[in-house]
Design a protein around this ligand. Structure first.
Ligand SMILES: [Zn+2]
Length: 506
């Protein structure tokens, strides 16, 4: 058999050359598969496969991915678990010895999964004469499995994604840097860190404590993709940015995975993904409509919903880049006196030219006679009066020309307002722009979204500072190895069983 001979010749007369202080040293290799080769993993699997067929004691199970092997050992009492673990380890060890491999005790970890209050961590388990100490969690194929199955993994990936997000937002200033589409691409890096092995832990997003860190990590990027003020709420930021909310993505990944388990995976993979994406978008749309219709909804959320009622066509549009000026109009968070007043920067929300009328995004862009000339110049061709907040989305999505001309109106108006505000702030007497304490101001300050976001700014600043400090203090971490989702599910679906984790090396 020529193919057999080719393979044989591949394994004989192998030499490893490596640099030392005394020059290049050569060493003869007599075991293992060539590292980094395409055929290597397949050959390893052929050899290693039979470890899964090793006879294990009752109810014990072996799970393997590449050279990562996990033994799952159940037990009603510590003694029973310990006894079973010892027999299972011995069985695997015998297989290793027979195949001239060794278990490395230093690389072996053990975690006891139990919801009992009593500490069972000191069950004796030995590998090659070395006693193993149980840890609070193990990391298997990049997923952390905690001894209480509490999905501390989510906290871990959220921290990791936040660091990635901070690195990315440095490239995305509100006034400069890449355009929206490129930003969305950069932000997808954060999403993919967060979604790693999502079908395994997707249940976690049903709890508020797990949702929080995921949302915060995604919001960091979404604000910059949308060129938004940081006071813009998460749901508004992702809507303007056209980024699907992370919890919806996690649930979508889980649904796709479940369908792939039951349906013909190879034929339908893409159709399943497309169908589930459609489902995600329509659920997102429902939530968007529901939130805006809620009587407690912030007027800013209601405004954004009014100008962007259809998230699906917004998210799937083929032209149109959001920028710093357009986002101010879409979110209402911009250099409008009404917003500045909410943030306690000005004593009155009123338009300078129209006494008694709050200068909102709607007033400045669509109504105020001050900017009539700007509107006529850029929207004249479409009929100035025909573009309203209620048909703005349709207008923008009609074509690049419509989009660009409206974006130019936004740029000119918000730039003028920003210049005025900068000049006002530069006045020697800060009392000129300090908050007033009249009744109207009080009402504005009580806007739930603004109140909430103002509190968040301080909290986020503190958190960002602490995260940045932690990041600097830590050495860079290696990224996790590719996961096999099917095996992970097995590993975590064991509930109260005791888990011993054995990592071999050849
Ligand atoms: Zn006005």
């Amino acid at each position: 058999m020529p193919i057999q001979r080719i393979l044989q010749s591949w394994f004989i007369n192998r030499e490893l050359l490596y640099e030392t202080d005394g020059g290049v040293v050569s060493r003869r290799l007599t075991a293992g598969v060539p590292q980094g080769s395409i055929l290597g993993p397949t050959l390893w699997n052929i050899m290693y496969d039979s470890v899964l067929a090793t006879a294990l004691p009752d109810n014990a199970e072996a799970v393997a991915f590449a050279d990562d092997l996990v033994l799952l050992v159940p037990g009603r009492t510590p003694a029973e678990a310990s006894g079973l673990a010892r027999r299972a380890v011995d069985a695997v060890n015998n297989w290793m010895v027979a195949h001239q491999l060794q278990i490395a005790p230093a690389k072996t970890e053990i975690v006891m999964v139990s919801n009992k209050k009593k500490d069972y961590k000191n069950i004796p388990v030995f590998v090659n004469g070395t006693r193993l100490t149980s840890s609070a969690d193990i990391r298997y194929l990049g997923v952390r499995i905690h001894d209480r199955l509490s999905w501390r993994h989510v906290e871990f990936i959220a921290n990791k994604a936040t660091k990635v997000a901070y690195a990315l937002v440095r490239l995305m200033k509100n006034h400069s840097g890449p355009k929206c589409a490129k930003r969305r691409l950069l932000a997808s890096v954060v999403d993919s860190v967060l979604r790693y092995a999502a079908p395994v832990w997707h249940d976690a997003v049903e709890t508020r404590t797990c949702r929080g860190p995921l949302i915060r990590a995604q919001k960091t990027c979404a604000l910059r993709v949308a060129f938004a003020f940081r006071t813009v709420a998460y749901k508004t930021a992702v809507a303007i940015a056209g980024i699907v909310p992370i919890c919806r993505l996690v649930r979508e990944d889980a649904r796709c995975y479940q369908r792939l388990q039951t349906e013909d995976a190879t034929a339908n993979r893409e159709q399943i993904r497309n169908a589930e994406r459609q489902a995600t978008l329509s659920m997102w749309q429902e939530e968007w409509d529901r939130d805006a219709a809620d009587e407690t909804a912030s007027r800013y959320r209601v405004w954004t919903h009014r100008v962007l009622p259809d998230l699906v066509s917004w998210q799937t549009r083929e032209h149109g880049e959001v920028n710093f000026h357009l986002c101010q109009v879409l979110s209402g968070h911009g250099f409008f006196r009404d917003y500045l007043h909410c943030m306690q920067f000005t004593s009155s929300p009123d338009c300078k030219q129209c006494p008694g009328v709050p200068e909102t995004a709607e007033h400045a862009v669509f109504v105020c006679p001050r900017f009539d000339a700007v509107r006529h110049q850029h929207l004249g061709a479409y009929g100035v009066m025909s573009v309203t907040p209620d048909n703005l989305q349709q207008h923008l999505l009609r074509g690049q020309g419509e989009w660009s001309s409206f974006a130019e109106v936004c740029r000119r108006i918000t730039s003028t307002l920003q210049r005025e505000w900068d000049a006002e702030r530069a006045l020697p007497d800060p009392a000129q722009w300090r908050p007033g304490f009249d009744e109207a101001a009080e009402r504005h300050r009580n806007d739930p979204e603004i109140r909430n976001e103002r509190r968040n700014i301080d909290r986020n600043d503190a958190r960002a500072g602490a995260d940045e400090e932690r990041r600097r203090a830590q050495p860079p971490q290696r990224s996790p190895s590719p996961a096999s989702i099917a095996q992970l599910r097995l590993a975590v679906s064991l509930g109260e069983m005791r888990v011993a984790h054995i990592r071999s090396f050849s």
